[in-house]
Design a protein. Structure first.
Length: 388
């Protein structure tokens, strides 16, 4: 293993590299990618949403007399399979986390399954994870990482958890102006609000810790969004007081990434002007590549929203997908497409049809598809020579 100058990220006494791989669904970060990051002694993350797409037998079964109960059961089986495989392939190194979106209807079942299957950590965002400690069923062996974007939300979660005698093992701070996928702002324009700037959020969070008497707890802060850059990592860890960074897109395009090669090439080949923000079906802004589907959708968005009406039958795949869905529920101010269907098409590499979430910032190796090890080496040392 190459040497680097950063302090380790310590979670429950285990020293890790200060790199966390973000959870990306549908199927983008499963056992293959997460275990590869863990083998480098980092935190690899499985995205829990709709993992049946990675298992042909489960996908085939889900198409026969589909129902909410069947989708739940099959996705829990898929999650268990992916955790078991990731744990085996990680060779006892690093940690395997599971990302569970609060906005997904099945999030309580997914958290419980992740605990039962032996995940090392649960990461939860896409809404305030106020009840995450209860959802674990009292399991003390799993670390808990809430994902938030500003200090006010961090304070709310901390106060609620402290009443239950629980503290987070780390807090992920995600910047909406840079991250991929669903973003922690209320509007597209709001992603650039100054309240989300990393340095400001860290400083304000340290004040929150002080006011709550938590200065001595040393809760690690993990910065997410636009951090796939050695100089940014150096600034965050050495100057700002962060303990680690979380990185998504740069890992999604690695050789070990679980998605189709067309998916990786689409993300890696996207120019700056092709990366756009739009309102997703979950009621939050989102960021992705302006593919044929997304370009067409954005042109038709106003008309589709004007004709929005509640009709669950229009949800092609997501019988139990999101708690709130613009398409299914007929909400006229947000997205009008089936996100589960579009993300599954992206996972399969269907470039003209799929929805390809992507971070805003340049990738370390441009359009090149490199390994997880090469990516980690660059992130920790700034060495591009070997990988280039």
């Amino acid at each position: 293993m190459f040497s680097h100058s950063f302090e380790p990220l310590t979670i429950r006494g285990k020293e890790l590299i200060p790199i966390v791989q973000g959870g990306m669904g549908v199927g983008i970060s499963a056992s293959g990618l997460s275990s590869a990051v863990a083998r480098e002694n980092g935190i690899g993350t499985i995205a829990s949403v709709d993992l049946r797409h990675l298992h042909e037998d489960l996908l085939a079964e889900s198409k026969v007399n589909p129902s909410e109960e069947k989708y739940t059961r099959l996705n829990l089986i898929a999650l268990d399979r992916e955790i078991q495989k990731a744990k085996a392939q990680s060779e006892g190194r690093g940690m395997i986390a599971v990302n569970v979106m609060k906005a997904v209807k099945d999030h309580p079942h997914l958290v419980r399954q992740a605990c039962e299957s032996g995940a090392d950590a649960i990461v939860m965002g896409a809404g305030l994870p106020l009840d995450l400690p209860e959802l674990t069923g009292g399991n003390k062996d799993v670390a808990l990482f809430p994902i938030l974007s500003e200090s006010r939300g961090i304070g709310i979660v901390l106060k609620r958890w402290m009443k239950k005698g629980v503290l987070p093992d780390a807090v992920v701070i995600e910047h909406p102006a840079h991250a991929a996928g669903h973003l922690g702002a209320m509007t597209v324009a709001g992603v650039n609000d100054a309240k989300f700037e990393f340095k400001r959020v860290i400083d304000e969070t340290m004040e929150v810790f002080k006011n709550l008497g938590l200065e001595s707890e040393k809760i690690p802060l993990i910065l997410a969004g636009g951090m796939a850059n050695f100089q940014k990592i150096s600034t965050a860890l050495k100057d700002w007081g962060a303990s680690a960074v979380q990185i998504g897109t740069a890992f999604a395009v690695t050789q070990e990434g679980d998605a189709h090669i067309n998916f990786k090439n689409t993300l890696a080949g996207a120019e700056k002007e092709q990366i756009v923000e739009f309102m997703s079906v979950a009621g939050l802004p989102a960021r992705g590549v302006k593919t044929k589907f997304l370009s067409s959708y954005i042109k038709r968005e106003e008309k589709l929203q004007a004709n929005a009406k509640a009709d669950p039958r229009r949800c092609t795949q997501g019988i139990n997908c999101l708690s709130v869905c613009g398409l299914r529920d007929g909400l006229d101010k947000i997205g009008q497409f089936c996100i589960d269907l579009k993300l599954a098409e992206a996972f399969r590499g269907e470039v003209d049809k799929g929805l390809f979430f992507r971070g805003k910032d340049p990738l370390p190796f441009g359009t090149a598809i490199k390994s997880v090890r090469e990516t980690v080496e660059y992130l920790l040392t700034g060495n591009l020579a070997q990988a280039r």
